[in-house]
Design a protein around this ligand. Structure first.
Ligand SMILES: [Zn+2]
Length: 148
């Protein structure tokens, strides 16, 4: 009887050993598949978050400019610097000013749109020429994130 139990225990231990030899490599290979993309995406997400902050600051500076100029926005983005903003910020994704060329003001100077020109945040799943800040909607992340 003891020999039978010992044989069953040995087979069970052997089966567990074989099972662990199969599962361990699978776990070791599968876990990085979930973790590595997170680490690869983190800098891209950080750059996008910084770009959002840049646009928010530009929008605030433009509102201050309009407040001091009878509700009219400047003809060029460079007019807010240095009085309302120390300098025009750079998008950290490309380390250059991607905002000045995209700045558009209406003919009556009462509305504006500015965005990060290009497709520098596609790694974060963002459409080209986004994020965007305009005097009507404020900050928008993707053009599809609001409905007209
Ligand atoms: Zn940007």
């Amino acid at each position: 009887m003891n020999a039978l139990i010992a044989k069953i225990v040995r087979k069970a231990v052997s089966a567990l050993y074989i099972l662990s030899m199969i599962l361990c490599p699978i776990v070791i290979l599968v876990i990085p598949l979930y973790i590595i993309p997170h680490f690869l995406r983190a800098p891209v997400t950080r750059q996008y978050t910084q770009c959002l902050a840049n646009l928010k600051n530009i929008g605030t500076a433009l509102e201050m400019y309009a407040h001091d100029n009878q509700g009219h926005y400047p003809p060029r983005l460079s007019h807010i610097s240095p009085k309302y903003m120390e300098s025009i910020p750079v998008c950290t994704a490309v380390k250059k000013d991607t905002y000045s060329n995209s700045y558009q003001v209406s003919s009556d100077a009462e509305t504006f749109t500015v965005y990060c020109e290009g497709h520098h945040h596609s790694g974060a799943g963002i459409e080209p020429n986004c994020p965007q800040y305009d005097s009507i909607h404020g900050l928008t992340y993707n053009r599809t994130s609001y409905k007209e």
